[in-house]
Design a protein around this ligand. Structure first.
Ligand code: FAD
Length: 292
């Protein structure tokens, strides 16, 4: 398949890209790695009249330490993030998760920001950012603003970005002492979109009691889903097998409304949520104890 005809622009600055977005509005699409947009165009699921290519804008692909956390430019390739020593040290959940995103060839081109802006409910990075409490730096004609991950994802492929705005940077805050992370998913073949996945960040005190638990789920709703009911089941308790089993069960029963499709039934996805939380939380808890 070939895409519908489109005009192509290659701005040199963010300001130029924003001016083009303002000029063309809903007719325009930003092109990052093209690993979701170009297949959609080739299948004619998307037919933007104007493409605004971000690939030649300098400065959007930086990875920098910041106040114990890390700032990731929107155009950082997923494969570069996966191999970054700074990200491995400051945001190990991202490094652990990225090998599960598609295939290496796709991660060579696909960008961190493109995955977040695309907001596919089956994508790993939106859930990871939700678990990490990331902040998204956005620019538009009115200037810059920051959107918390919890406010960014608004539904099926929906985000808080206005049509004339672009994501420029992702800020992952420093992890407090005693915080541990883990990720796992189930997919039919490695590199396929997951049937369900879990990204978790838990914090414990010196007595092993849970101080906070952010568990984000993918492929089981219209976007990344925070397992809000699991947190009260864990906070204030030691992260024992019993406590984790109770939290996994309550999350699977109350926090998700999974879709059914040719790959999996809603009931199977719900069961995966239960199983994956029971797999992920002990690992996150052990890492949290090591990080005290
Ligand atoms: P693009 O395709 O260029 O853009 C995607 C969308 O985001 C477009 O609407 C674009 O306008 C918008 N956009 C991009 N950058 C910005 C920005 N800075 N500001 C505002 N809007 C922006 N992904 C997964 O998460 N998990 C998988 O298992 C997975 N498997 C895949 C398997 C295959 C075979 C393929 C082809 C893709 C797969 N993907 C998967 C998708 C891949 O990770 C994409 O790289 C990613 O979803 C989009 O990133 P991109 O940089 O390619 O964005």
């Amino acid at each position: 398949m070939k895409p519908a005809p489109f005009a192509y622009h290659r701005p040199d600055t963010v300001d130029e890209a924003l001016a083009l977005l303002a000029e063309h509005g809903y007719d325009a699409k930003l092109l990052a790695g093209g690993q979701s947009l170009v297949p959609a165009m080739n299948f004619r699921l998307a037919a933007p009249a104007v493409l605004i290519d971000l690939n030649r804008i300098p400065g959007l692909d930086a990875i920098a330490e910041s106040d114990g956390g890390v700032r990731i430019g929107t155009m950082v390739r997923q494969r570069v993030a996966e191999r970054s020593a700074v990200i491995a040290a400051r945001a190990p959940l991202i490094a652990e998760t990225l090998p599960s995103v598609a295939h290496a060839q796709i991660r060579n081109r696909g960008t961190v920001g493109g995955s977040i802006a695309h907001a596919d409910p089956a994508a790993e990075l939106p859930s990871v950012m939700l678990a990490l409490g990331a902040r998204f730096h956005v620019r538009g004609p009115g200037g810059a603003r920051v959107v918390e991950a919890g406010d960014f994802f608004t539904g099926l492929f929906g985000t808080a970005l206005e049509p004339d705005e672009m994501l420029v940077e992702i800020e992952v805050p420093a992890a407090a002492p005693g915080t541990g992370f883990a990720f796992d998913e189930v997919s039919r073949r490695h590199g396929d979109f997951a049937l369900a996945g879990v990204a978790a960040a838990v914090r414990v005190d010196a007595d092993g009691r849970c101080l906070s638990a952010r568990i984000a789920l993918l492929s089981v709703g219209e976007g990344p889903v925070l397992a809000a009911s699991a947190e009260p089941a864990l906070v204030g308790h030691a992260l024992t097998d019993d406590a984790i089993r109770a939290a996994a069960s309550v999350a699977a029963q109350t926090d998700v409304d999974p879709p059914g499709d040719i790959h999996a039934t809603p009931a199977y996805r719900r069961q995966l949520v239960d199983v994956l939380i029971r797999r992920v939380l002990p690992r996150a808890a052990e890492r949290a104890r090591q990080a005290l």
